[in-house]
Structure formats: C-alpha cells, structure tokens
Design a protein around this ligand. Sequence first.
Ligand code: PLP
Length: 386
Amino acid sequence: MDPKNTHPDSIAAQALGWIDEETGAITPPIHVSTTYLRDADNQYRSGRIYARADNPAFDQAEAVINALEHGHQALLFASGMAAATAVFQALAPGDHVLAPKVMYWSLRNWLMSFATHWGLDVELIDMTDPGVVQAALRPGKTRLVWIETPANPLWTVTDIALTAQMSHAAGALLAVDSTVATPLLTRPLTLGADIVMHAATKYLNGHSDLIAGALVTRQDNDHWQRVRKVRAQVGGTLGSFEAWLLLRGMRTLHLRVRAACASAQRIAEHFQAHPLVAEILYPGLPGCAGHEVARLQMQGGFGGMLSLRTRGGEAAAIAVAAHTGLWKRATSLGGVESLIEHRASVEGPGTPAPPDLLRLSVGIEHVDDLIADLEQALTAAHGVRS
Ligand SMILES: Cc1ncc(COP(=O)(O)O)c(C=O)c1O
C-alpha cells in the first residue's frame, strides 16, 4: 500500500495492509519478548537488543500513525504525557520555549514546574495571535514552539502554517499537539510543523481502554535523535499488548472521527441559541473565534470536542452534569462514549476555563439521544435551582 496515494480510511482499516509473513495472519501477533538473541559472532543483526528501545510490537502501529501523518518516522510512548515531555526533555538547559496559555492543563503544569526547574526558559503566550507569537520569538534563543489546536478546553485554533513559518525564521522547531484534530482532520507536518504529538489514549485508540502516546517527525535531525534516546533511556515505553490494542482501535479511526464531528456540529448548532446556554465554544461555528483558520486547516470536520457555558454560573454547570444520563460524567476524550465534565473542577486554580464551562467529548451514540439528554439535564438543573 502506497500511503501517499491511499486514503486515510484505507490506511486505517487495513493497518497499512500488512500480513504476517510466517502465518498469513491478517492481524499481527503480540510480541512480548523483552530481549533478543545475539548472533554467534556477537553482533545484533536483527537490529533489536532490548525491548525498552526496540519492540516489534510497535512497528505496525508506528507505521500506521506515520503514514496517516505523512511523516518521516513515528514513535510510540507509554502515554501522551510521556510523548510530550520527551520533546522538551530533548532540549538543553537555558533553551527558550514558547507554549500556549490555553493547552492541556497537565502538560502546562509540568512545563511550569519540572521543565522550568530543569532550566528550560518557558514562556506561556496567546498562540492564536500571530503578532504576540512574533514578538515573543527570540531568534537564535527560542528552540521550540509548542502549540495545541484546537486547544483544551476553549477549543481555540492556532494557524499551523503561519506559526511554522515564524518559528523557522527564528530558528525554532514547531511541535503540535494534534490529539483533538486527529490525522483525519489536520496533518500538521504537511503544513510545516516539525513534530506532531498525539495522546493516542484519545481518538487514535478511541475505546477508553488504554493509555498511549505518539510522536511523528517530519525529518530526522539532532533533536529527534535525542527524543529517541529519551524514550529508550528514560523508558516511557508502551506495553506490547497496548500497542496491539491501539492498532486495533485505529482500524475504525475514520468512522469514529467522522461520526463524532458530525454530531458535535449538530449539538453545537442546536444549543448555540438555547435559552439556558450562555455560549457554545466550537471551531465549527462561524461565530466562534478561530473558525476561519479552522476552515482552512481542518478538512472534513471540526472535531468531536466542544464546550458549553451554562446560564446560572458554576452551580448550574455542575447541576447539569449531575443530571445527565447518557453523557457520562468523566474526564478524558475521544472515546466511543460521550463524556461531560466541569472543567474548572479538574484543572483547579489558574485554569482558563470559566466556572460555568462544561467540556463535552462527543462519542458515536445517536446524536438525537445526546441532544435529548442534554436538554433534559439543562431543564432539570435549572428547575432544581429555582
Ligand atoms: C490534548 C491532550 N494532550 C495530551 C494529553 C495527555 O495524554 P495522556 O493522558 O495519554 O498522558 C491529553 C490527555 O487528556 C490531552 O487531552
């Protein structure tokens, strides 16, 4: 299968069409060995020595993710956080890094505590404003620009191509957390980004049953070689069974993402003028900031994530979540089941999430059932309060 000339649907469904050479099996075996035989002349011609660094269980899933992203090489990690932090751990003390104020909160916390403690000069800025990015870049000093688009939990959109141009002009690499966009909707490497990161825990796997992360690079370079060493030496490696499960999950990526996008768009449109809703944050709504950029860099949908700001403040928001039935009150995103959460409660002090904000991860249930459940929860929550 030639990945460049094959639709992502076919790449995903057939996991690149690989067949196990030995048995003809269409589904790969799970390799669990931690160590590999050395040749009699003391060489390792298999290219594999020890499973912290080399694991054949990763090969197919990495190849599929790489093909979907049109990259040079992909690496699996034990979690999205292990993947993301490897990008920063591969930098040197004193390096200047730009990251967004609105981003996945746990990575923001890690950057502002551990990364700064280890000597990285981390600056959080508004990544959606190219003027702010340009002014913050320090040519020759800024080594990495990290963006997330659409970004948790306000679903702000950053122009990848423009940010790549500005970063490269200043001598910096651009890394993109594309977890929410998925390779179905946006391929950051083709827009000039250097590294794409996925919390594969989310849409890539899609079934809320494993934690995994992935990085894909546009080209080999010194930084990527250090990222490889971070994985091998720090040891944030995925388990063999999880790699196999991830491959299985990815076979339906295109179906799940399209269903989630279509339903999220319907839900956003349904509730945007609702009397009990103050605001819907979703890049698929023409009125939302970022819609124009999203239209250019997202193909086939605007993602399955949106946020709903309730009328009545924090208490009303928490009450709405409490009254949902089909929507499950849980954190995380990108699974087949729809999730709802009061985001400020999760993120705590310093969160950019307003107190009345509910984060919605739209799954693949029937959209009419999802809308009906939210309608009754909004009504019940406001009835209880009055
Ligand atoms: C956008 C985004 N990036 C990164 C992560 C971290 O991934 P993981 O939970 O697999 O470590 C998450 C997890 O919620 C996320 O939503």
